[in-house]
Ligand binder design. Structure first.
Ligand SMILES: Nc1ncnc2c1ncn2[C@@H]1O[C@H](COP(=O)(O)OP(=O)(O)OP(=O)(O)O)[C@@H](O)[C@H]1O
Ligand code: SF4
Ligand SMILES: [Mg+2]
Length: 324
């Protein structure tokens, strides 16, 4: 049987050592990603949400092989990417790309737009200057930019247009998988939806698969087929977007949902206010990591860690007392 996933994390961990003193002794670890297993199906958008610092970017980067895993596997088209030779890895680089939150920070301001978009082609393809120019024009048109402006610098473009430049760069080598890390978070709401629509159009036309990372559920709702909710280094719930919004099973998901302002909601959703601070990923709470803040916590939650299991058909949750 062929694998159901284009890319899959299996028991993935990424720890950052905490060093102290003159001899840089390791005194602990920031457990940024701590035993995460999930997969992204070909052609889908998997939305990944959770509070700041819960490990979303680290997970995305380990899956792209931009950071090395501490433990566990990342399988791309069935192959463990950490075991590939250098030639295979080079091929993999072309198949997987990233779009960042801050296009200004990721685009060299001294490069012309045509050179920014053409750079991956120059590095990875044997193409003449005129072939690259033709392809840059084609890519700019594909992402809705005026190609006659390719001899300009990125600062001459608006925030939304700069994000389109970042997207054109990311798709230049025709990748299969793209991690969009807070790709629209810095944009105005109206521009956000234009860029989301562009990403969806490109997905249709180019057969792309996305891991779409954002803080809040409202941003991922429109674009995602499925959503994974992260809390302190763990995925605590996975469901189709419709099912997750209709009925969250994990208390933390319910908290995130209750934070979205909903002017005309049938059957009003009560706003749940979280108690306490986000605990440190260097010293996560015992048992269920959410227990110090969970409004539904019981004694068992303090001692026994809940595994991410099938809690309802096609849905996973890591909670001893899911909200049915
Ligand atoms: N290079 C690093 N060295 C040490 N700790 C790190 C490093 N990168 C990330 N961390 C820590 O790992 C944890 C997860 O960080 P990460 O950036 O993945 O979170 P995030 O969910 O993407 O947050 P945000 O929503 O703010 O982008 C945080 O506690 C962070 O401080
Ligand atoms: S296991 Fe317990 S503490 Fe954790 S989310 Fe479920 S009810 Fe809350
Ligand atoms: Mg991040």
């Amino acid at each position: 049987m062929s694998e159901p996933y284009l890319i899959e994390a299996r028991h993935l961990k990424k720890y950052f050592p905490i060093k102290r003193g003159l001899f840089s002794r390791v005194v602990g670890n920031v457990k940024a990603v701590d035993d995460v297993s999930f997969g992204v199906r070909p052609g889908e958008t998997f939305g990944l949400v959770g509070e700041s610092g819960c490990g979303k970017s680290t997970l995305g980067r380990v899956m792209l092989n931009l950071k090395r895993a501490t433990d566990g596997e990342v399988r791309f088209e069935g192959r463990d990417i950490q075991r590939l030779g250098s030639g295979e890895l080079r091929g993999l680089r072309e198949e997987m790309q990233i779009i960042f939150q801050d296009p200004m920070g990721s685009l060299n301001p001294r490069f012309l737009v045509k050179d920014l978009i053409g750079e991956p082609l120059r590095l990875h393809r044997k193409m003449s200057a005129s072939e690259i120019d033709d392809r840059v024009v084609q890519l700019m048109e594909l992402v809705g930019l005026d190609a006659t402006r390719r001899n300009r610098y990125p600062h001459e473009f608006s925030g939304g247009q700069r994000q389109r430049i970042g997207i054109a760069r990311a798709i230049a080598l025709e990748p299969k998988f793209i991690v969009a890390d807070e790709a629209v978070s810095a944009l105005d709401v109206s521009v956000q939806s234009q860029v989301l629509n562009l990403l969806m159009k490109l997905q249709q036309e180019l057969g792309l698969t996305y891991l779409f990372i954002a803080h809040g559920l409202n941003v991922v709702r429109h674009i995602s087929n499925r959503v994974g909710v992260m809390y302190l280094g763990k995925i605590v719930e996975v469901a189709s977007t419709d099912e997750l919004f209709a009925k969250p099973l994990h208390p933390y998901t319910a908290v995130l949902l209750s934070a979205i302002p909903q002017p005309r909601l049938r059957g009003k959703r009560e706003r749940i206010i979280l108690q306490g601070e986000v605990p440190s990923p260097a010293n996560p709470p015992s048992g269920c990591r959410f227990h110090p803040r969970c409004p539904f916590a019981k004694e068992r939650c303090r001692v026994e860690e809940p595994a991410l299991v099938e809690a309802a058909p096609g849905r996973q949750a890591a909670c001893h007392f899911p909200l049915f």
